[in-house]
Design a protein around this ligand. Structure first.
Ligand code: COA
Length: 150
């Protein structure tokens, strides 16, 4: 597997990006403002993440996703670790990530990769998404914010 930056003019893998965020508009905005990285196996894009500069020396890891048929094989963890390394190499001091209160697997993954919970944006998903979201039998209401010093 190779992880590389999406080339200028290269088509972004929307099928993957929309797995992490159902809003096409939000994904397009992230692509404009951030840097997109992809994981490839034999020339096929199977993973993606975007690094989005937010504040001075701080970057947010958004839209991380792995092709559904390849979940649970350690690729997500490799992508998170690659994002941390890339952010550090670019001179950032902090990397942040946010996920839903119902995203149990993602919360496990991010903490295994060194992120600590720093806050909760109460009712974020109620305010910003038109449809109710349920995962793991839990309503997704709040955004759990996590961060890591680099
Ligand atoms: N409890 C405990 N640990 C869990 C868990 C759970 N319920 N679910 C996952 N994990 C752990 C795994 O055990 C693994 O840790 P390990 O290597 O120590 O065993 C780690 O989390 C991640 O596993 P990995 O195989 O690397 O993840 P993945 O390749 O399936 O990718 C996502 C993870 C989130 C990128 C993938 O599920 C995905 O694309 N989801 C849809 C998009 C999405 O939700 N993006 C995130 C938006 S915030």
């Amino acid at each position: 597997m190779e992880i590389r930056k999406l080339k200028l003019g290269e088509k972004a893998p929307f099928d993957l990006l929309l797995l992490a965020d159902p809003s096409q508009l939000i994904v397009e905005d992230y692509l404009k403002r951030g840097e997109c990285f992809i994981a490839e196996i034999s020339g096929n894009m199977i993973g993606v993440y975007i690094l989005l500069p937010t504040r001075p020396n701080t970057v947010e890891l958004v839209n991380i996703a792995v092709a559904e048929e390849l979940h649970g094989k350690g690729i997500g963890k490799q992508l998170v670790m690659d994002a941390i390394k890339t952010a550090k190499n670019k001179g950032h001091n902090t990397i942040e990530i946010g996920t839903g209160n119902s995203s149990i697997g993602q919360l496990a993954l991010y903490q295994k990769c060194g992120f600590r919970i720093t806050g909760v944006d109460l009712d974020f998903f109620i305010k910003h998404y038109p449809e109710e979201i349920y995962e793991n039998g839990i309503q997704c209401r709040d955004m759990i914010r996590l961060s890591q010093d680099l």
